[in-house]
Ligand binder design. Structure first.
Ligand SMILES: *Cc1c(COP(=O)(O)O)cnc(C)c1O
Length: 377
């Protein structure tokens, strides 16, 4: 039996007949840049995420970049974020000449620890980027209590968390700006790169829209230096079809997570120290939240050996992320050292993400759990 980390072919086969006509329609229209499909997707994603406005852009990375540009982040500024995330969260900050300032994570959620946030803010702080990692929201009330008091805007990096909920509010719509990625491996993935910026702030919306097309609202008249951050019509057409399935797919991931949780507990692995993610609907501080499991990430002992053992058995897993960002070569000039963010460093040694895609079968899940049990025996 083979269990890949992700099987996009299974998803494609299931919706192929729906996709072909909308792709053909774009080809017949020969409208490839922006156009009605992009506008339709923006409206649909704004509605889905509970935000007032949305701007389709070329990738999640560009969504971060253009959001920071909309907040006038530039050389000499500081932007606070987590070191335990995909590279582009901090990369986007650095590309504008600003300095990423890291705050260590909560050991349970892997998300930025709001209890450590205030100490990281300085008069140079231009923004805070909490990342809703793996499909689980950051404690946004705790973040916003600090940032609003200090007058610092928040960009939610919801690249992995479209549809995740924090106290009934959807990821991306809670801070001043939110970003999504449509990279193929995300819960809502296109046939290539794509992303979205969402906001409830009309002025930021207008500015992001301008920055997306070289800083112009009127062709050849440039108010800002923006870029080409546009979303393709073809991607929008594909994503509109897929958005209609997103809740089903997220439910499938949640059902798989529940299965894994049960099986891992009854195998005795949890009692022996393996740590599983929270339930799909979990409580914290008396409030309810929804995890959408872009990744199902365990904390395990002997991680590298377990990963090699599973690979040998045909089970795909991945380490998100093996090197925290403060220890990346390209950020050496920040002067961070090993030991500066110990919770992130420990997480980078212990995490392992299992296959969680909605089309997984019961046999595949059994095989994964039995294989993990076999390794520790
Ligand atoms: C995927 C991802 C991004 C970047 O999105 P792309 O569309 O790949 O550019 C940013 N942040 C996080 C947390 C991500 O997982």
């Amino acid at each position: 039996m083979k269990v890949p980390l992700l099987d996009l072919k299974a998803q494609y086969q299931a919706i192929k007949d729906e996709l072909r006509p909308v792709i053909d329609a774009v080809l017949e229209s020969q409208v490839f840049i922006m156009g009605p499909k992009v506008a339709e997707l923006e409206k649909a994603v704004a509605e889905y995420s509970g935000a007032a406005f949305a701007v389709g852009v070329s990738s999640g990375t560009d969504a971060l970049l253009v959001s920071l540009m909309a907040l006038d982040v530039k050389a000499g500024d500081e932007v606070v974020t987590t070191p335990f995330t995909f590279f582009s969260t901090a990369g986007a900050i650095s590309r504008l000449g600003a300095r990423p300032v890291f705050v260590d994570i909560d050991p349970v959620t892997f998300n930025l620890d709001p209890g450590r946030l205030e100490r990281a803010l300085t008069p140079r702080t231009k923004a805070v980027i909490p990342v809703h990692l793996f499909g689980q929201c950051v404690d946004m009330d705790a973040v916003l209590e600090i940032t609003r008091r200090r007058g610092v805007p928040v960009i939610e990096d919801a690249a992995q968390s479209i549809g995740a909920e924090y106290k009934g509010r959807r990821a991306g719509s809670i801070g001043e700006l939110g970003i999504f990625s449509f990279f193929p491996s995300k819960n809502l993935g296109g046939f290539g790169d794509g992303g979205m910026v969402v906001t409830n702030d009309k002025a930021l919306f207008e500015k992001v829209k301008m920055l997306r097309v070289h800083g112009s609202a009127v062709k050849y008249h440039h108010r800002f230096v923006g870029g080409n951050f546009r979303l393709d019509a073809l991607q929008a057409a594909v994503l509109l079809v897929k958005l209609g399935h997103l809740d089903d797919w997220s439910s499938g991931r949640q059902a798989n997570a529940a299965d894994y949780g049960r099986k891992l507990a009854s195998s005795g692995l949890v009692a022996r120290g393996l740590v599983v993610p929270p339930a799909a609907v979990y409580e914290s501080g008396g409030d309810r939240h929804h995890h959408i499991y872009n990744q199902y990430t365990l904390r395990v002992k002997d991680r590298d050996k377990l990963q090699a053992f599973l690979k040998e058995r045909g089970i795909g897993t991945e380490v998100y992320y093996p090197v925290p960002l403060h220890l990346q070569e390209c950020f050496a000039e920040l002067g961070c050292r090993e030991g500066d963010f110990p919770v992130s460093e420990e997480a980078s040694r212990a995490v392992l993400s299992l296959p969680i895609y909605p089309e997984l079968t019961a046999d595949q899940k059994d095989f994964v759990v039995n294989s993990i049990a076999a390794f520790y025996k």
